[in-house]
Design a protein around this ligand. Structure first.
Ligand code: NDP
Length: 446
């Protein structure tokens, strides 16, 4: 009965959004969990709430022209998807990557609605970005692009309307350039972006928040099974913001991370990526903008060109690079090698086939919309500090972040527990859905 409803619902989505495969994948995952729940709750059924949630409130697409260092004109495409504002201003990151197109950002914006709802904070969902590739560009070129991008985006955002943040390809440098341009155009110093530097309105712990939060969530999943991260061997993919702070927190909680990767390959360091080695990675990736291969040369460990980390034996896996980086075959290898928990730092890093493998094996599987919500939650805390014109201490923010991750775990448990097993996909989807759906009902036909 529910299967037929899901099929029919997805036929409508695919017809309306042709070619947007990542968006279809994200909607299907939510539909599979929520449609059986909606079927039992007439108020959501009669009001076509899921159909409404799957349609963005607004999509903005624009031209981004800029001059490169050779004086040549370059043209990129900019986007902002304002997906849902039922529980607060649109909130979600900006991605700069050559693979960015409408369907990719719609998937991310859709996920963001549920994730933001789970954080317990008043934030709607949005996402944006451009097909601009920051790799190999000079600081000057990145600045020119960011200024041009913000010269259109500034019309559509505001501290009570839409507050973007970072994502792949957007870190402190890019947020700075965009903030500068916004301020120039509006003549206003407001908390319009999160992920700002500390000396002009940023929050302590925001850079760390997604990685730390993912580790707190994974620790909570293990604790629910009477276990912990102490002594666990962990594989991490990516080597950007989320991966770096995942390694830092795993180290603090007594685990050992043995891999990192980038789009060229994976390093495998069985001795563990300790604090000193992590400092090297941070300098390599955030300042020199080099390749992870240089880690293997520096510390004399293995490097697997063109490979992802999932063939390395581990207890816990932290996919922290990009979407669809664990397929069904990778998931089978992880389970066969004894992996008992997966905490998704990245958004939708596991394919539907991979998710099925984890669920069938009944390992702890924390989907991104729950496990990586610490980043946006701390962005929410940055917004609160900006509104109050106050800055909280590191300990204050970290304690709040930890509390939020535990609260998200509790919501997943509430809606996803079946015996001893917790279905975190179901829990996160229904938990995130109920709050947004109820707010939409309260607000009439919007
Ligand atoms: P960064 O740009 O800092 O790092 C991304 C990392 O992933 C890099 O190592 C990059 O390698 C690698 N990567 C990117 N695309 C691919 C690809 N197609 N194949 C293989 N490797 C790839 O981004 P973040 O760390 O901020 O984001 C990582 C993930 O976490 C994303 O899915 C993002 O949406 C998600 N996320 C981020 C949040 C945040 O607060 N930053 C919040 C919540 C989720 P290379 O340098 O070679 O491109």
């Amino acid at each position: 009965m529910s299967d037929a409803k899901v099929k029919k619902f997805m036929e409508g989505i695919i017809k309306k959004n042709p070619g947007e495969v990542e968006f279809h994948q994200a909607v299907l995952e939510v539909a599979e969990s929520t449609i059986p729940y909606i079927e039992k709750n007439q108020k959501y059924k009669d009001t076509k709430i899921l159909e409404r949630i799957a349609e963005p409130e607004r999509v903005i697409m624009f031209r981004v022209p800029w001059l490169d260092d050779k004086g040549e004109v370059q043209i990129n495409r900019g986007f902002r998807i304002e997906m849902n504002s039922a529980i607060g201003p649109y909130k979600g990151g900006l991605r700069l990557h050559p693979t960015v197109y409408l369907g990719l950002l719609k998937f991310l914006a859709f996920e963001q609605v549920f994730k933001n709802s789970l954080t317990t904070l008043p934030m709607g969902g949005g996402k944006g970005g451009s097909d601009f590739d920051p790799k190999g560009k000079s600081d000057n070129e990145v600045m020119k692009f960011c200024q041009s991008f913000m010269s259109e985006l500034f019309r559509h955002i505001g501290p009570d309307t839409d507050v973007p943040a970072g994502d792949i390809g957007v870190g402190g440098r890019e947020i700075g350039f965009m903030f500068g341009q916004y301020k120039r155009l509006r003549n206003e110093f407001t908390g319009i972006l999160t992920g700002k530097a500390l000396n002009w309105g940023g929050s302590l712990i925001r850079p760390e928040a997604t990685g730390y939060g993912c580790v707190y969530f994974t620790q909570a999943m293990l604790e629910a099974q009477g276990d912990s991260l102490k002594g666990k061997v962990c594989t991490v993919s990516g080597s950007g913001n989320v991966a770096q702070y995942t390694v830092e927190k795993v180290n603090q909680l007594g685990g050992t991370c043995v891999t990192l990767s980038d789009s060229s390959g994976t390093i495998h360091d069985p001795k563990g990526i300790d604090e000193k080695k992590l400092a090297f990675v941070m300098e390599l990736k955030n300042v020199k903008r080099g390749r992870i291969k240089e880690y293997a040369t520096k510390f004399g460990c293995d490097y697997y060109e063109g490979k992802r980390p999932w063939g390395v034996t581990c207890d816990v896996a932290f996919p922290s690079a990009t979407q669809n980086e664990i397929n069904g075959a990778d998931a089978k290898v992880l389970v066969k090698n004894g992996c008992t928990a997966v905490g998704e730092g990245a958004n939708m890093p596991t394919t539907p086939e991979g998710i099925k493998v984890f669920q069938d094996a009944k390992i702890c599987y924390g989907p991104g919309k729950a496990a990586n919500a610490g980043g946006v939650a701390t962005s929410g805390l940055e917004m609160s500090q900006n509104s109050q014109r106050l800055a909280w201490t590191r300990e204050e923010v970290d304690t709040k972040l930890h509390g939020i991750m535990i609260a998200i775990h509790a919501q997943c448990e509430k809606y996803g527990k079946a015996g001893k097993y917790i279905d975190y996909v179901k829990g996160a989807n229904i938990g995130g859905f109920v709050k947004v759906a109820d707010a939409m009902l309260d607000q009439g036909l919007v």
